[in-house]
Design a protein around this ligand. Sequence first.
Ligand code: NAD
Length: 379
Amino acid sequence: MKYHSSSKSTRRKFLYNLGLTTLSLPALSSLYACSGKPSGKKEQSVNDGKKDKLGIALVGLGSYAGGQLAPALQQTEHCYLAGIVTGTPSKIPEWQEKYSIPDKNIYSYENFDSIRDNKDIDIVYVVLPNSMHAEYTIRAAQAGKHVICEKPMAITVEDCNRMIDACNKAGKMLSIGYRLHFEPYNLEMVRLAQEKEFGALKKMSSAFGIHTSPGIWRLNKELAGGGPLMDVGIYCVQAFCYVSGMEPLAVTAKEGPKTDLEKFKEVEESLTWQFEFPNSLVAEGMCSYSESICNLRAEAEQGWFQLEPAYYYGGLKGETSKGKINFPQVNQQARQMDDFALAIKNNRPSPVPGEMGRRDVKLLQAIYEAMQTGKRITL
Ligand code: NAD
């Protein structure tokens, strides 16, 4: 599944070489965490040569791992692609050739636990269907590895609890693949809101929809945990929280009509919801598996600011009631993974920890409960 990648890789590389990396901009969470004031503080780089880079093993070699993460790991400064874990042996030769991965760093799902003996691997990155995140995160932690887990963190809050507990018990760090916390346009939305550039926020809205083909795991409730809400609606939920710097107090939701009963027999095709935040702030979300849409808008007392597209891998565009927003396009995944490597090296928390993933799974479950019961659910 691709969320419209920008093809401007040469430009990206150029910008990267200019030093627009993880270290150049603060992570989004650090903008609103605690004080609510942007910190902008630069972090001390602790490694220069490749020998000091942390080794990442990708688990699940699907479209996100192959199309985004592995290429991003060719641009990272603090971590590199050291290994792979796959259930499909036919994928191995191409990956080995492309990324020079030695035989000893290749694992199957069966022998995955023996990764504990491999000193090349510091971090396991779980990029499997949603319901498998819990098992592989827990196994990775028990094997003594730090973990990055893709969104949504899991399909139940209980699984999130088990994942957090396993990492805590192992003394390992857990972060979620929330790449937009390292993306300049989304960072600017946070800054505009937090610094009240247009006064207090009154209303937010966001929609994320993509087209899906029939028969994929994303339409299978057991593997996906739900439909577009779990996959793309989560971006809107995230954005409402990071832009406002708050968590919602209540939610109402409504499932959209199904245009294909066979294709969407297990999960919703589309869904709209409304969050009530403190200070009478409301946020209207929409997600869909049969419409291409991707935006985020905030309305404040004296103006508005918005992104469209808001959440793609590249090509983001922004505007405010005063004019256009212009930032360089960066490799979001490279910045996200470098930040986690630095968090480990510098022994500081990740700005996108398991606890944030669990909060979001709680919010997604509340939206489903509101949708199913037709009631206003308080949080
Ligand atoms: P994909 O279908 O392209 O890849 C899934 C991988 O899991 C494949 O390699 C497949 O072989 C493997 N797999 C193992 N067991 C499987 C099973 N029982 N059924 C199906 N596949 C199985 O999916 P993807 O788009 O790469 O998504 C993987 C994860 O990454 C998901 O959790 C998704 O939400 C997340 N993701 C995140 C982003 C992002 O921008 N952060 C983007 C895309 C996907």
